[in-house]
Design a protein around this ligand. Sequence first.
Ligand SMILES: NC(=O)c1ccc[n+]([C@@H]2O[C@H](COP(=O)([O-])OP(=O)(O)OC[C@H]3O[C@@H](n4cnc5c(N)ncnc54)[C@H](OP(=O)(O)O)[C@@H]3O)[C@@H](O)[C@H]2O)c1
Length: 291
Amino acid sequence: MENKRIAVFGATGKIGSELINRLSQEKVETIAVTRNLNKATPHRFIKWVQADISDIQSLNTVMENSKAVFLLSSPGPDFVEGQKNVIKAAKQSGIKHLVKLSSGAADQNSAFYIPRIHGVVEDFLIKQGIPYTLLRPMGIMQNWLGEIAENVKKEQKFYEATGAGKRAHVDLRDIAEVAFKCLTEPEKHHNQVYSLSSDVAVNYYDVAEAISKAIHKKVTYIPISLDEARQEMKRNGMPSALIETFISYDAAQRNGETEMVTDCVRTILGKPARTIENFAKDYADQFRSLA
Ligand SMILES: NC(=O)c1ccc[n+]([C@@H]2O[C@H](COP(=O)([O-])OP(=O)(O)OC[C@H]3O[C@@H](n4cnc5c(N)ncnc54)[C@H](OP(=O)(O)O)[C@@H]3O)[C@@H](O)[C@H]2O)c1
């Protein structure tokens, strides 16, 4: 019998859950992986299995009868080992295509933690000879639903250390749609590296304006220094490797090094990428204060 399933790692996460919805809607038989089955949401055509990528034994049968794998996990101490475990198990299971969600800055020689760990895994994957696709988001709009949304709700202001520098953040719903295309039309995407952006680079003055229009209230972006941003992350207890990674992203944006836009989303989806205006309208409730 021909293997036809798709195995999705990271299926309960923000990108993975959008991907699972789409696979279910399109009636694609899918194995969705989680460490905790209590997080599994029922969907037609989706079979949930429990596995931990840090434990290679738990992966033994996960990819049986699958032809393709989507690999996503969150940065942490076991990230490289865990992702390598999935790749090794995929090779053993005869997987024909592996789509890895990576980082826009991936580079195994980077001085910074997140780009480095993604770069190390990318290099390992490429050397295994499994046809691959690397998805490298250059920044994700839904990051703004964290601290920025909290501050907007509280005081209609938010603080960032990027000055007037621009970046073409991509909406994660577009990332999930691109992943779906790569997984379901694999030959077109074998051994490709896609840097994913929206079609327009924006700064935080633009983001403030888009949110203001969406919630019909003036929202103000307050630029802060890189050191102020660093101190704030320290106060929040973030590990220093992550702080220095995020400061390096901010510094690059501040210095005008992140204005590039790619046409990957538009070309692969055959439609324009979602804009900050689309994003602000769709998520307006998350920026509105309850008062
Ligand atoms: N935010 C950005 O701007 C940005 C930009 C570029 C790239 N990225 C990359 O995007 C990824 C995060 O995506 P996201 O926001 O969709 O993730 P998320 O919402 O944080 O979810 C993480 C997912 O990873 C799974 N996972 C983590 N550890 C696991 C393990 N040991 N075994 C099995 N599954 C595990 C979790 O599954 P369970 O908890 O259910 O087990 C969960 O489904 C990261 O790799 C990050 O570096 C982010």
